[in-house]
Design a protein around this ligand. Structure first.
Ligand SMILES: Cc1ncc(COP(=O)(O)O)c(C=O)c1O
Length: 391
């Protein structure tokens, strides 16, 4: 039985929402339906709001420390949702996944080192590297049969030349791939073989489509040495629409790598823990109730993707869709219209009045492509798609 109502339309204009608030800066207009940043137009579930309210019923919000229930909820979630048994000691707080990506680059590499990404990829991966004067090495994903694959020959050739760190996106944003165990095992093998630390951003782990389950990179790796070379980044933020609570977890099983990370967090940044409300939200999210909510959400997103694909295939067949396995952010190809990329972005924003993520921010592979956010009520999604008439 369905318990949650994802059809509910909530007006976010004039609130502090980034998605709605900075359209002028992003698109050059405020007259636009924002379907860009990975933030959902669904309510944060009531059991999370209740947990925050409960904490607020105590009048002091002073310094605090983690309690057993916080850790237990993370252990429970990893075991029950991702079939991964982790240890409490492996968990380190992070205010977000992007800060953790930046810190990994800072801690484990030096200026001038090579850091590898698989393009097109979530744009802050590039910023984490180039803003710290490291070199971006691109191992482009290859389009095949309406999907994307890794190019292992190219990956090995690049790793061989001394890449120090690889930032892996698993599941992959923006191409919507849920990587298979064998694929991940190969990546872990190659990284270990060429002494390249593997950082696996798994923020979208909970958001696979209902017929797919997520494969953590750690559990996909074969040997203990390969596993020890992996750092995993996870969070309830994307899953439960609580990014504003800036609460994520970095999971580092290897003691040597973990000590280095903790040294930076504790001694240099003096960052032991985050926001107490975020921790209570995390505890409420990583629960039986959270699991039920996410399963309903995943179904709703799948329905939205099916509905979108129906509309695109029937009414706008020039827009190419891809097989979509994870995230609420499908990748679309508009090449068949024959517009330049500039014309395309202008037409989408000013004629169609829909605000999609410009494909080029994810890398040059994103030319004539866009990323659409379908985490919104279906009626709103269909209304927005109708505006593609003006393309
Ligand atoms: C792959 C990936 N990593 C990280 C983030 C954001 O992480 P945070 O907001 O926790 O810094 C996103 C948001 O869309 C993402 O898609």
């Amino acid at each position: 039985m369905k318990e949650y109502n994802f059809d509910k339309i909530i007006d976010r204009k004039g609130t502090d929402s980034l998605k709605y608030g900075i359209c002028q800066e992003i698109f050059g207009t405020t007259d636009i339906k924002p379907m860009w940043v990975a933030d959902m137009d669904f309510e944060t579930p009531d059991f999370i709001i209740d947990a925050i309210k409960k904490r607020l019923s105590h009048p002091i919000l002073g310094y605090w420390e983690y309690w057993d229930g916080y850790y237990d909820s993370i252990l429970w979630w990893m075991r029950n949702r991702h079939n991964w048994t982790i240890e409490k000691d492996w968990i380190i707080f992070s205010p977000g996944i992007v800060p953790a990506l930046g810190l990994c680059v800072m801690i484990y590499t030096e200026k001038g080192d090579d850091v590898l990404v698989q393009s097109p990829v979530y744009h802050p991966f590039y910023y984490a590297i180039e803003s710290q004067d490291r070199n971006i090495i691109r191992n482009s994903l290859v389009e095949k049969d309406n999907s994307f694959e890794m190019d292992f020959e190219d990956l090995e050739n690049k790793l061989k030349k001394g890449v120090k760190l690889m930032l892996l996106c698993n599941p992959h944003n923006p191409v919507g791939r849920r990587w298979e165990k064998e694929t991940l095992a190969k990546v872990a093998f190659l990284c270990k073989k060429y002494s390249c630390i593997l950082v696996s951003d798994e923020i979208h782990a909970d958001l696979t489509m209902p017929s797919f389950s997520h494969n953590p990179t750690f559990t996909s790796a074969i040997t203990e040495e390969e596993k020890a070379n992996i750092i995993t980044l996870m969070a309830p933020s994307k899953t439960f629409n609580i990014a504003g609570l800036t609460t994520s977890e970095v999971i580092i099983p290897d003691l040597r790598l973990r000590k280095k990370y903790i040294h930076y967090m504790h001694k240099i940044l003096h960052m032991y823990n985050g926001n107490t409300l975020g921790a209570y939200a995390l505890e409420a999210a990583y629960s039986e109730k959270g699991a039920n909510w996410v399963d309903e959400l995943r179904q709703y997103i799948q329905f939205n993707i099916n509905s979108m694909n129906d509309v695109l295939h029937n009414k706008y067949p020039k827009i190419r869709t891809y097989n979509h396995e994870a995230t609420y952010l499908p990748w679309l190809d508009f090449s068949a219209y024959g517009y330049t990329h500039r014309e395309l972005t202008h037409k989408l924003a000013f004629d169609c009045k829909i605000g999609l993520n410009d494909g080029m921010i994810f890398g040059k592979e994103g030319e004539n492509k866009m990323r659409i956010n379908v985490a919104l009520p279906k009626s709103e999604l269909l209304k927005a798609l109708d505006k593609l008439d003006y393309l």
